[in-house]
Ligand binder design. Structure first.
Ligand code: NDP
Ligand code: MG
Length: 379
């Protein structure tokens, strides 16, 4: 799911390197139909999905000579993951759009290799409950959660605390008064990772780190106060786990998503996945510092949403999607992103025990309210 994106393309690198181990059954894109067609010709899946229905004819025509079914629309995304030939779903969609396909995969009993953290931000309680009911494994692709998962492998004792590391993003040292004038280009320049546009902006505001705290709660069954965040600008320690005896385990490596993707796909086996190896002598200094919550208020807001529960994290996610798209589209300033999120959170009604329909309604409501706030800010 999302094969034309950053994680999707890196997932296909792994498949390309191990043709005897993996078979691709479905590939999906939102609008990048030409790349989707190219990938389909190379990997020969049973089907492809183009989410944007207006591009269906282009894909259908380009694949006319191939034995590949072509589907279009959002509903098809949730359907293809349930196919009988599918055993693992890699969800590399971005945003709320990934939530229903995750739920659908878990309900169909498919192993879920999850990059789409928004699935758990929006509906973590529901998705984890459905997975537990069916004994379906959810394997994290997000590097921090993969690190925690790797630290927990083989342990019988529970974690006392996890420490999620954060690079700090491009504005780690930017003074507060300069954040107002940040351009889209500056915000898209992440120091250590090359990723899709939305997560790159989320990394710069630390919304991404807040979402990772929420993701960690659901994946590992933790309370919010068992989850700490430390800025680690080198992005070598991908995260850590502390146990009752005081032992702390960390997973280290060069910043390269191929490793966590391959670990999720081949768990519990490892194997060479190319990439640069970590040389300590080239990286002799690893540093750690606290997050500055004055310049980066979104991490604290995410903890508040997590503690409040219900639909709060879903609302934060919806508002953030609109705010980030509006910033990327030049409609609002960088510092307005936080404003849009905070104001939306005060205006969408709280739902304590949301159903799937409640999540859909809260998502729509938060987007509509966030869009109103954006329109006012533009004036
Ligand atoms: P990209 O924007 O690079 O790719 C997103 C993929 O999803 C593309 O294939 C895109 O299609 C498709 N897509 C986007 N919107 C929709 C939609 N509304 N409906 C259907 N398909 C859609 O994102 P990334 O690969 O960077 O990120 C994917 C997920 O992984 C995110 O949740 C992100 O937070 C998470 N993640 C990413 C990391 C990274 O290194 N990139 C690291 C850790 C987590 P199209 O190409 O047509 O737009
Ligand atoms: Mg991450």
């Amino acid at each position: 799911m999302g094969s034309t994106g950053s994680i999707g393309r890196q997932t296909l690198d792994i498949v390309r390197n191990r043709p005897d181990e993996f078979e691709v059954t479905t590939l999906t894109a939102a609008r990048s139909w030409e790349l989707l067609v190219e990938q389909a010709k190379e990997f020969q899946p049973d089907s492809v999905v183009i989410a944007d229905k207006s591009l269906y004819a282009n894909v259908k025509e380009a694949l006319a000579g191939e034995p590949i079914k072509v589907f279009a629309g959002d509903e098809a995304l949730s359907q293809v993951v349930t196919g009988s030939e599918v055993d693992t779903v890699v969800n590399a969609l971005v945003g709320y759009a990934g939530m229903l396909p995750s739920l659908s995969a878990v309900r169909a009993g498919k192993r879920l290799a999850l990059a789409n953290k928004e699935s758990l931000v929006v509906a973590g309680e529901l998705i984890m409950a459905e997975a537990a009911k069916r004994n379906v494994p959810i394997l994290p692709i997000d590097s921090e959660h993969s690190a925690i998962f790797q630290c927990l492998a083989g342990e019988v004792s529970p974690a006392r605390r996890v420490i999620i590391t954060a690079s700090g993003g491009p504005f780690l040292r930017t003074p507060a008064e300069q954040l107002a004038g940040v351009t889209v280009e500056q915000a898209l320049r992440h120091p250590n990772w090359s990723m899709g546009a939305k997560i790159t902006i989320d990394s710069s505001t630390l919304v991404n780190k807040g979402f990772e705290v929420i993701e960690a709660k659901w994946l590992f069954g933790l309370q919010p106060d068992q989850i700490d965040v430390l800025v680690h600008p080198q992005s070598i320690v991908h995260s850590m786990v502390e146990f009752d005896d005081g032992a702390i385990k960390a997973q280290l490596g060069t910043p390269d998503m191929h490793l966590p993707i391959q670990y999720a796909l081949r768990f519990p086996d490892r194997g060479d996945c190319g990439g640069q190896r970590l040389d300590f002598l080239q990286n002799p200094t690893l540093t750690f510092e606290a997050v500055d919550d004055v310049r980066f208020p979104m991490l604290g807001v995410a903890y508040d949403c997590l503690r409040r529960g219900g639909n709060s994290c879903c609302v934060m996610n919806g508002a953030n999607e609109i705010a980030v798209a509006s910033f990327l589209g030049g409609q609002i300033k960088y510092i307005d992103i936080a404003d849009v999120i905070q104001q939306t959170l005060t205006r969408v009604p709280f739902v304590a025990h949301p159903t799937v329909d409640d999540y859909a309604a809260s998502n729509l409501a938060s987007r509509a309210i966030a869009a109103e706030i954006v329109a006012k800010l533009r004036r």
